[in-house]
Write a protein that binds this ligand. Structure first.
Ligand SMILES: [Zn+2]
Length: 132
């Protein structure tokens, strides 16, 4: 059995011209790759939902009173291409890291956030505050 596909292979497979509509079943494999390559597998599995959003492509939320999932990542239902989807998922995972590992109360685009930029770049990904 080959190891999990590399991110570069996936990005190449999808190309950058094709609109990407994430499906729930596909997300965990990309999440797993990012968790391994960027976060040394330190992240757990938050609730990830897909829905049409206005004014944002991704969202990270923390709710200490939630009965099942205190951590939630919401992803927009349509991206310019696969790479944009990966970048947004990665961006929200940085916010998750800030909360889960660094215990920062409000996960902002601060110094710790941008400290991940190098690791993103190594994978050919952009880490920005705003994508469109
Ligand atoms: Zn952000």
């Amino acid at each position: 059995m080959p190891r999990t596909k590399s991110l570069a292979t996936l990005i190449e497979h999808y190309g950058d011209e094709r609109v990407f509509k994430p499906r729930a079943i596909k997300i965990p494999s990309v999440y797993k790759i990012l968790n391994r390559e960027i976060f040394n597998n330190q992240l757990k599995n938050p609730k990830i939902t897909i829905r049409r959003m206005h004014g944002a492509l991704g969202l990270f939320e923390f709710n200490p009173y939630a009965t099942k999932y205190c951590y939630r990542i919401t992803i927009h239902n349509k991206f310019k291409n696969f790479q944009e989807f990966v970048e947004i998922l990665g961006h929200e995972m940085v916010h998750y890291y800030q909360k889960l590992i660094l215990k920062q109360n409000s996960a902002k685009h601060n110094k710790q956030f941008y400290s991940f930029r190098k690791k993103f770049k190594k994978l050919g990904l952009n880490l920005k505050r705003i994508y469109r």
